[in-house]
Design a protein. Structure first.
Lengths: 287, 522
């Protein structure tokens, strides 16, 4: 310690470190600071005994208090569910068609249904419920199987054209490629296009209208307005599930379509089915 | 090579027994203590009527509902910038005061100073003034000492509990919480907070005291960057006080001076030497040798400081201000009071220890008048701090006044950008959040203005364009705006529009602009 430096002004030893000529005084620490250090050591010892701390081969020591974040989350969820229990009971007891009359209950159902939708439905219908080719857009006011709350709930609960639920919505369009000639199909396509678009061959469409009356109107109706009981689409509106151009319509008529939706009643709780129905109903197209 | 022992790594706290002092600054500090503690303890009990739906506590931080109430002002969590602005103002205010007046925050208003002052006051009431406390500290732990110590600790603890207790009242309805606390029904968070604050108050005010300022607080370090030679701070007029000397030292020196003078006279000197030294209490100097004044060279070297240690004895930080400016000094100005008192007694002018700017030192040493106060205060730096402080203040006040009771936010739903309806019309969806900050449920009417034809509908309102927003809450309303297929808005990329909301009870309106996307948008 021969090279110890002492500050002239204060008579205190310096650390020997100099910054721009300023030297750090080597003042002693307050003793209570040392006590605090010991205290933190004792605290640390107690902590590793009380709480999960030491890493083991699989997992860690559990600690005598049995504290765990996982258990805390489970408890929080439990508390949350207990708080929502009255709303769940109300949701289970509500008439679906009058659900929107109870603003609080509807708000809860829509919020809960939104979470269910994003987890379970968005894979096909999209996170914004705008659908995709073959997967209906749920935001518009066109419904294949009905847009009333109870109808929506039925569709969700039992699904469409699945073979797991006996009450599933079911209908099947024949593949007219085996039934009609190519020209006939072209004429029918032209007629279907004429229903919603002025841009068509009127003569061909007139031919098609007869073919339509013979082959299609039993399901899609005389005026081609569709039938929600059997999921027959309205062909006079602007909305097309697979597309409304000649090529797509020809493909649809030749090969038919067979969209399937699972029976969510078999996968979701009853309250979730009701909640997601309320959510879908509140997206803008609900009737 | 001398083997000096290495210095100790740790230092025990040196006990400090501040002596009682009276004077201008002490009185001023008592007033500040009364006002600040009064504000702290009483504020939660002030009532303020806001109607039935809102709390009637004037100052309330409602964590559960994320509201901050301050008399007529209510701040929601999204308006936290007001609090941020106030914090910035507090910071700049500290800069301003520190650059102008040194560590006045530390010396007068810092909670650590105020509570320590209060604790020392209690200590003096119970254990007596400095000398009695020193004796007590040195004495054995007998019954007498235990009784005084326990009494003191008990009173400290009561103050500490009241301090922690007052804090929690800012976060809940005070009368209700007090009843809950007394009946042991309050939330555990209240008891835990009270416990922590009681412990810290007791420990910091009773025992840690100056240790907090010296070792724990970062502010003294930061303040050094804000002070310069023009900063008014507590200082010792070393050129006036030095060399210091106690009475007996002076007596001895005077005797030597008289002797020297007598010898000089005896030697037949006809000097017209003059005595210019400092007299000391109750001992006016009577010079021998008739009318002749004598020269007393040794005596002349004594300054005004009589080394009475009054300034050191009253110091709550345990330092000697005569050593010059030091980090430990919180500029509490008690040494000024103590020294002025002594100067009065010995018939010397006050101000040996005084508030002064270091830049005046040269002028004062050479006997000139110091620069006027305003010259020290009005500096570019203080003016800059003031301007910054005031600008933020004005901006906050302006923001407060233009704040509406209704707040409307419109977020267009862009997933998807538009929805094709079965009749070919184009619909856009908007999430409209309407905030009713008033204390009553209000009915609002929604409408739109645009250069194109657009139709507005509300989800779940049965065709109505009005809906109620309960008091002090926000409603999220899904709004549909539709353009018919033949209208330009349906086909063009974007059509600007303005959504209006009108409070039907007060006719206050608010609006937001947004965009309608047609088929061309994708």
């Amino acid at each position: 310690m021969a090279d110890r430096k002492v500050d002239k002004e204060t008579g205190v030893e310096t650390t020997g470190h100099s910054w721009d000529g300023i030297e750090e005084l080597n003042n002693p620490l307050p003793r209570w600071w040392l006590w605090c250090l010991y205290l933190t050591m004792i605290w640390g010892l107690g902590y590793v005994i009380a709480y999960p701390a030491w890493p083991m081969v699989s997992g860690a020591t559990e600690g005598v208090l049995g504290w765990s974040t996982r258990a805390n989350v489970a408890r929080d969820i439990e508390e949350h569910e207990a708080k929502n229990a009255p709303l769940v009971t109300a949701l289970l007891g509500a008439e679906m068609d009058t659900l929107t009359d109870d603003a609080d209950l509807n708000r809860y159902a829509v919020a809960r249904g939104g979470a269910v939708f994003r987890a379970q439905c968005s894979q096909c219908h999209g996170s914004g419920a705008a659908g995709a080719k073959g997967y209906p857009n749920l935001l518009d006011n066109d419904w294949l199987w009905g847009g009333e709350m109870a109808q929506i709930a039925h569709t969700i609960r039992h699904g469409i054209r699945n073979d797991t639920d006996d009450d599933a919505r079911y209908s099947e369009m024949p593949a007219f490629g085996d039934i009609l000639e190519q020209e006939e199909i072209a004429a029918t396509v032209e007629y279907v296009i004429s229903l919603s678009s002025p841009d068509h061959d009127a003569a061909l469409a007139t031919t098609g209208s007869e073919l339509f009356a013979d082959n299609c109107s039993s399901c899609h109706g005389e005026a081609a307005m569709g039938d929600k009981d059997i999921g027959a689409p309205n062909l006079t509106d602007a909305i097309w599930l697979y597309g409304g151009d000649r090529e797509t319509l020809t493909y649809t008529i030749v090969n038919a379509r067979f969209g399937v939706m699972p029976a969510w009643g078999q996968r979701l709780s009853e309250e979730d089915v009701r909640a997601v129905s309320a959510y879908v109903h509140g997206l803008g197209g609900g009737e | 090579m001398t083997a000096t022992p290495p210095p100790s790594l740790y230092k025990a706290q040196e006990p400090i027994f501040p002596r009682k002092v009276t004077g201008f600054f002490r009185t001023f500090k008592w007033w500040i203590m009364a006002v600040t503690l009064g504000i702290y303890y009483l504020t939660p009990w002030i009532r303020w009527d806001r109607g039935v739906n809102l709390p009637d506590q004037a100052v309330l931080i409602d964590m559960a509902n994320r509201r901050f109430y301050f008399f007529w002002i209510e701040i929601w969590s999204h308006e936290f910038y007001f609090v941020a602005g106030l914090l910035i103002m507090a910071g700049l205010g500290l800069f301003l005061f520190t650059s102008a007046l040194g560590r006045v925050w530390c010396g007068y208003t810092c909670p650590q100073t105020v509570w320590t002052d209060l604790f020392i006051l209690v200590e003096r009431w119970i254990e007596g003034d400095r000398n009695a406390r020193v004796r007590l500290w040195k004495s054995k732990w007998d019954l007498h000492k235990w009784r005084l110590r326990l009494t003191k600790w008990f009173v400290w603890l009561c103050i500490a509990v009241a301090t922690g207790g007052a804090w929690v009242f800012y976060f809940a309805d005070a009368p209700t919480l007090l009843m809950n606390l007394l009946t042991l029904e309050a939330h555990p968070a209240a008891y835990i907070t009270m416990g922590i604050l009681t412990a810290t108050t007791f420990l910091f005010g009773g025992f840690a005291r100056e240790q907090v300022c010296i070792y724990a607080c970062p502010w003294p370090r930061i303040q050094a960057a804000m002070m310069d030679n023009d900063t008014i701070t507590v200082a010792y007029r070393e050129w006036r006080g030095e060399p210091r000397g106690k009475g007996n030292v002076r007596k001895r020196d005077r005797a030597a001076a008289e002797k020297a003078a007598a010898e000089a006279q005896a030697a037949g000197g006809d000097q017209t030497a003059r005595y210019e030294g400092t007299p000391y209490p109750n001992s006016p100097i009577k010079l021998s040798g008739g009318t002749a004044t004598i020269s007393a060279p040794v005596e002349q070297e004594h300054g005004d400081c009589i080394d009475c240690m009054a300034c050191v004895n009253v110091c709550p930080m345990g330092i000697d201000i005569r050593d010059g400016q030091q980090m430990e000094c919180i500029t509490c100005a008690l040494c000024i009071d103590a020294c002025d008192d002594v100067m009065d007694k010995i018939g010397k002018p006050r101000g040996l220890i005084d508030y002064m700017a270091l830049s005046d030192e040269d002028a004062e040493r050479s006997g000139k008048a110091p620069a006027p106060l305003w010259r020290h205060i009005l500096r570019p730096r203080t003016i800059l701090y003031t301007v910054m402080w005031a600008s933020i203040g004005l901006a906050l006040v302006y923001a407060l006044f233009i704040r509406s009771d209704i707040e409307l936010t419109v977020s267009p739903v862009r997933n998807p950008t538009y929805v094709l309806q079965s009749d070919g019309s184009i619909r856009n969806i908007y999430d409209v959040r309407l905030r009713n900050k008033s204390g009553d449920d209000r009915l609002f009417h929604l409408s739109l203005t645009s250069e194109e034809i657009l139709r507005i509908e509300l989800e779940g309102r049965d065709g109505l364009l009005s809906f109620e927003v309960p008091a002090d809450s926000t409603v999220l309303q899904r709004v549909y705006i539709t353009a018919r297929p033949q209208d330009p808005a349906a086909t063009q990329n974007s059509t600007p529009l303005r959504l209006w909301v009108e409070d039907l009870s007060t006719d206050i309106r608010a609006s937001q602009t947004t965009i309608f996307n047609g088929k061309a948008a994708q």
